[in-house]
Ligand binder design. Structure first.
Ligand code: PLP
Length: 437
């Protein structure tokens, strides 16, 4: 019997026991390199006629199992583990876009992704055209013959408005483009491949690791995009690659299944840019992945309780949680967040200034003040003065960050303790406001 459900695949995909020791826990293969059987074996590995380990910058047995598990959990064909979520996003684009090309991206993005798109990719000659995802047709309108992908986050914070995956995937299919989804904030509770997305990226740093101890990322190919059918648009996958003795990636990988995109990313970008994931970090991600479904359930349950509590509180002006926000498109929440609404909650204290927000943060006692999400512990931050500080004020507002906005990443502590800490910090923030007046 082969497991089929994400809960089981997260525990079993890609590994049963260590072939030499029978160890059940996935070992950390802490090695840089691998002994070739002989010269012919080495040559076969380098020319890709046989797959195998050469050097840990591009391949490692611990990483390989994590990659297989992530592909299985998301329902994809192949995956590539990298050193951070940022590296996953960067490589996902550089794998198919070069100078003169463009991508069309949702405006609702993590601040780091916004910076990468608006500044760093621009210096490489790749234009990112930002569009409002409220109308999926904006993606079509912004695309042209040099567009190489659509990009979006499933559950972008701070707005927490679920992205119209199927609607934009259909437009992408129509034009002949892949839809790349950052599913960092919604693993397990949404599977973008089920709704037509073609590539998924994750910051494994967040819910997948879960324990706040390792930075890493992963790119997963759903295996459904036909790169050969759109050969003109994707020369990097369909024309001889001078950096790999003229390999045509769609041809060289034909026997292996729909893995051209991932194999190319591994063999060229990971090789050249060196954004390799340490197997030690991968081990931590594998531990996290084993309980991901359980934790997501608890994150969602606690976050819903926090959102309900804040919505009924006279000190709070506004609560942002999928399905609860007045300007939320509830039909998208229902359609895509089928297994829970996530662990992120945003809110604004009544008549809040930046000072009120800071006072709330400084008064928290159990909840951590950190620039992170997806930890088992509850985390809080004031994005305007931290994660989104480097954005221009108008860019900040475009991503949904108002001066008084506070973001919670609700953890898996007992809900009574979470609410008690929020209550006392709200009292302190509001009392300070009264004193200042
Ligand atoms: N994508 C999202 C949605 C994120 O929240 C983050 C980090 O906060 C990233 C990508 C980048 O991930 P990393 O910090 O692992 O580079």
């Amino acid at each position: 019997m082969t497991p089929t459900k994400p809960e089981s695949l997260a525990l079993h995909a890609g590994y049963r026991a260590d072939p030499t020791t029978n160890a059940v826990a996935v070992p950390i293969y802490q090695t840089t390199s691998y002994q070739f059987e002989d010269s012919a074996h080495a040559a076969r590995l380098f020319e890709l006629s046989e797959m195998g380990n050469i050097y840990t910058r591009v391949m490692n047995p611990t990483n390989d199992i994590f990659e297989q598990r992530m592909a299985a959990v998301e329902g994809g064909a192949a995956a590539l583990a990298v050193s951070s979520g940022q590296a996953a996003t960067t490589l996902s684009i550089l794998n198919i876009a070069e100078t003169g090309d463009n991508i069309v991206s949702s405006t609702d993005l993590y601040g780091g992704t916004w910076n990468l798109f608006a500044n760093t990719l621009k210096t490489m000659g790749i234009e990112v055209r930002f569009v409002d995802p409220a109308d999926p047709e904006n993606f079509r309108r912004a695309s042209d013959a040099r567009t190489r992908a659509f990009y979006a986050e499933t559950l972008p914070n701070p707005k927490l408005q679920v992205f119209p995956i199927r609607e934009v995937a259909d437009i992408a299919e129509d034009i002949g483009l892949p839809l790349i989804m950052d599913n960092t904030a919604s693993p397990v509770i949404c599977r973008p491949f089920d709704h037509g997305a073609h590539i998924i990226v994750h910051s494994a740093t967040k819910y997948i690791g879960g324990h706040g101890n390792s930075i890493g990322g992963v790119i997963i190919d759903g295996g459904t995009f036909d790169w050969e059918q759109h050969a003109e648009r994707f020369p990097m996958l369909n024309q001889p690659d001078p950096s790999y003795h003229g390999a045509v990636w769609t041809v060289a990988t034909k026997e292996l299944g729909p893995v051209a995109y991932i194999v190319k990313a591994r063999c060229t970008l990971l090789r050249d840019l060196g954004t390799a994931l340490s197997p030690f970090n991968t081990f931590n991600f594998i531990q996290g992945l084993e309980t991901l479904s359980l934790r997501m359930r608890e994150h969602c349950r606690n976050a819903q309780a926090v959102a309900d509590y804040l919505s009924g509180d006279s000190r709070v002006a506004k609560v942002i949680y999928p399905g609860m926000t007045p300007d939320d498109r509830s039909e998208r929440t229902e359609k895509y967040l089928t297994e829970g609404r996530g662990g992120l909650v945003g809110f604004e204290i009544k008549d809040a200034t930046e000072e009120t927000g800071a006072r709330f943060i400084d008064s928290l006692q159990m909840i951590y003040h950190v620039a992170n999400i997806g930890d088992t512990r509850t985390l809080a931050i004031h994005p305007a003065s931290t994660t989104h500080q480097q954005l221009k004020p108008e860019e900040r507002l475009a991503t949904g960050v108002t001066p008084g906005y506070l973001r919670l990443s609700v953890g898996i502590e007992h809900i009574d303790d979470i609410l008690a800490d929020l209550d006392q910090a709200l009292n302190a923030a509001v009392a300070g406001k009264a004193k200042a007046a």
